[in-house]
Ligand binder design. Structure first.
Ligand code: PDD
Length: 286
């Protein structure tokens, strides 16, 4: 349960926390965010999340609301005050609030900063990983800068809900040529016919996932062959294994695509090995 939320300099009870009705995040999705895993009460790959946060802000010319160190202090406070051992930390920075106007006010605004943490049922997540998840494919109708982690998430919301209606846990978004871009809230991976791990290269079409990056480090360390190249939905359907990566699920096996089994229909051996080793490759905060 979330008890305490940080909003613009104050730690407030959950029920009393709020931002202005004319916040540009609310009106224009003029806002970016980060989601960081909390593992054993510690933040996972905090530095990489901070780097991505700074990059997202930079791309939109929103100033950093404070130094990285000060942000880190707030994040730690929020984990502690909410007593979260296993869960997620959410941090959002919007451009700020002003009377509604598409033009960004000259001179800039004071960014809005919100930070909260929430516990996650670790057993439920393990059970999900042991069973594996299903994904449904659908057209990627998002904008051309998916590398920026903005709160403009309506296409992802609709995709995930459509997937859920099909009995799937995640949507795999597919570009105009039939290649998988990524999941609605995760990066997509397969193990191809040669046993090589494949994931789409970073660029404007996908979010450069922190979990993705840390997993690549693990692959290098473990000498697992991999290739950053686009893969077609047809290739995914015939893959040996498939999985998704995200802060909320780390490495999560995919056992069915559009209702058809991947491999033998069970979580892949390599996928499960990488999942079990993931936190050894990640950096945990003190
Ligand atoms: N989602 N791609 C998209 C579109 C995402 O929204 C996410 C993360 C990822 C994986 O990134 P990372 O490994 O840094 O979590 C890829 C988060 C968890 C969310 O929105 O809840």
């Amino acid at each position: 349960m979330t008890r305490i939320v940080y909003v613009n300099g104050r730690y407030l009870p959950y029920g009393e926390a709020g931002v202005h009705v004319e916040d540009r995040g609310f009106q224009f999705a003029d806002s970016i965010y980060e989601v960081c895993e909390i593992y054993g009460g510690r933040l996972v790959d905090e530095a990489r999340h901070m780097e991505r946060l700074e990059r997202s802000l930079g791309e939109l010319a929103i100033p950093m609301p404070m130094s990285r160190a000060a942000l880190g202090q707030i994040m730690r406070q929020i984990v502690r005050r909410n007593r979260v051992a296993t869960g997620l930390l959410y941090l959002q920075v919007s451009r700020g609030s002003a009377p509604r106007d598409f033009s960004i006010p000259a001179g800039g605004l004071k960014p809005t900063l919100v930070c909260l943490a929430r516990g996650l049922d670790g057993d439920k997540r393990e059970a999900r990983a042991n069973a594996g998840i299903s994904v449904s494919t659908m057209p990627d109708i998002r904008w051309g800068r998916c590398d920026i982690k903005t709160v403009m998430l309506l296409p992802a919301v609709l995709a995930k809900n459509e997937a859920a209606r099909d009995g799937s846990y995640e949507a795999w978004l597919v570009d105009a040529e039939g290649f998988v871009t990524e999941g609605a809230s995760s990066n997509a991976w397969i193990v191809d016919k040669t046993g090589t791990l494949v994931t789409r290269p970073t660029g404007n079409a996908i979010l450069p996932g922190v979990t993705r990056r840390t997993l690549l480090d693990l692959l290098i360390r473990e000498n697992v062959p991999y290739s950053e190249r686009p893969f077609h939905v047809d290739e995914a359907r015939h893959a040996r294994e498939a999985f998704i990566t995200s802060a909320s699920g780390t490495v999560m096996p995919v056992v069915a695509i559009d209702g058809a089994p991947v491999g033998n229909g069970h979580p892949g051996q390599l996928t499960l090995r990488l999942r079990s080793k993931f936190h050894q490759a990640a950096k945990l905060s003190s």
